[in-house]
Unconditional design. Structure first.
Length: 351
């Protein structure tokens, strides 16, 4: 056995550099991974972290960027068709599926490709999901951009992960590049979606934990003492969800005493952090008395004097009726149906 064993499979040379722990094809290092476990888990994790839209664009961009050496190989043949056949044959040998050029129209700058058993569709089948084979879309769009000398992108029209016999891609000139689409995404609300969801999940867990503590306390007391001790044991949290954005999620019953304590705590935090926005989330509030409603409106005014815009989310119909019944002026309050809507607004205004 040689220290660098080699095998030739239809002209594709595999070599193992034992000293450096590498596997090589045509002298370039490659990595072998189990498709339905390791690769599937990796791709699923990245997609969940980035969000499907950003993940799909990023992996399409990566596929497009990977064609440099492949294009040199393709252009080493008399025609594109022959070069693609050769590169597709090599792809099949290394486990990237069976590639087929179904249609090519040089006058219309259009092409259609099919791939069977590519690693992306196999990963998605193993996970029971289907978001598309972005790497292949990037490669085929890149090939045709070089061939037609105009920017092209591939649209996936058949999905093996959804039960089709193969993945199929239609390639044509595109008005928007991947980079431009990414820029549009980054400038939109979707740019903060993954980070926003993570922040909201942290908040949800915090609120759920505090709700559990409150419920445990209530189970041990009679109605009046249960309410008082639950409020005393669980101070209303003030959380920093974003740069310059505080939120106070309120749970349970709000009376005048608790509302006064909330005002004191929140104004102290606003002064300390110099927050530009504070979100008062009342989604979890069960009951609010007239005195507490007046305190909350005073809190909004006091926050404004400190240079912070106070947003309110999750006001229930009953709470709105209480506030209206007091004859209080609501013009100064900016309210939102949900905490997520209020947070999105604060992030946009804070840029």
């Amino acid at each position: 056995m040689s220290d660098r064993p080699r095998i030739d499979v239809d002209g594709l040379v595999f070599e193992w550099d034992r000293e450096n722990g590498q596997m090589l094809v045509w002298g370039e290092p490659i990595t072998c991974m189990w498709t339905k476990t390791t690769m599937a888990g990796l791709m699923s994790g990245l997609r969940k972290m980035a969000g499907t839209e950003r993940y799909s664009l990023a992996i399409e961009q990566a596929g497009r960027a990977s064609i440099e050496g492949e294009w040199d190989h393709i252009t080493g043949h008399p025609t594109f068709e022959e070069g693609f056949r050769s590169i597709g044959h090599a792809a099949g040998i290394v486990g990237l599926g069976l590639w087929e050029l179904v249609h090519l129209d040089r006058e219309k700058n259009e092409a259609r490709f099919r791939v069977r058993n590519d690693w992306e569709s196999l990963c998605q089948k193993a996970l029971g999901e289907s978001w598309g084979s972005g790497t292949l879309a990037g490669k085929f769009g890149g090939y045709c951009s070089r061939l037609f000398k105009t920017y092209c992108r591939a649209k996936q029209v058949k999905f093996a992960a959804r039960g089709d016999d193969y993945d199929e891609f239609f390639v044509a000139p595109a008005s928007l590049t991947i980079e431009q689409e990414i820029d549009v995404l980054l400038m939109s609300e979707a740019a903060t979606q993954a980070d926003l969801q993570a922040a909201l999940e942290r908040l949800r867990q915090e609120v759920e934990e505090r709700r559990r503590i409150e419920d445990d306390l209530r189970a041990q007391m009679d109605m009046v003492k249960r309410q008082e001790r639950a409020i005393q044991a669980m101070e209303t949290p003030i959380l920093r969800l974003w740069s310059g954005v505080l939120t106070m999620p309120v749970i349970g019953i709000v009376d005048s005493t608790r509302a006064g304590r909330m005002m004191s705590d929140l104004l102290e935090q606003i002064t300390r952090t110099q927050a530009r926005f504070t979100i008062l989330d009342l989604t979890g509030v069960e009951i609010i008395d007239t005195g507490a409603a007046s305190h909350l409106l005073s809190l909004v005014r006091a926050a404004g004097l400190l240079g912070t815009k106070c947003l309110i989310s999750g006001i229930s119909p009953a709470m709105a009726s209480t506030i209206i019944g007091l004859g209080l002026n609501l013009d100064e309050i900016q309210s939102f149906a949900s905490l997520e809507a209020a947070l999105r607004y604060a992030i946009r205004q804070n840029r």
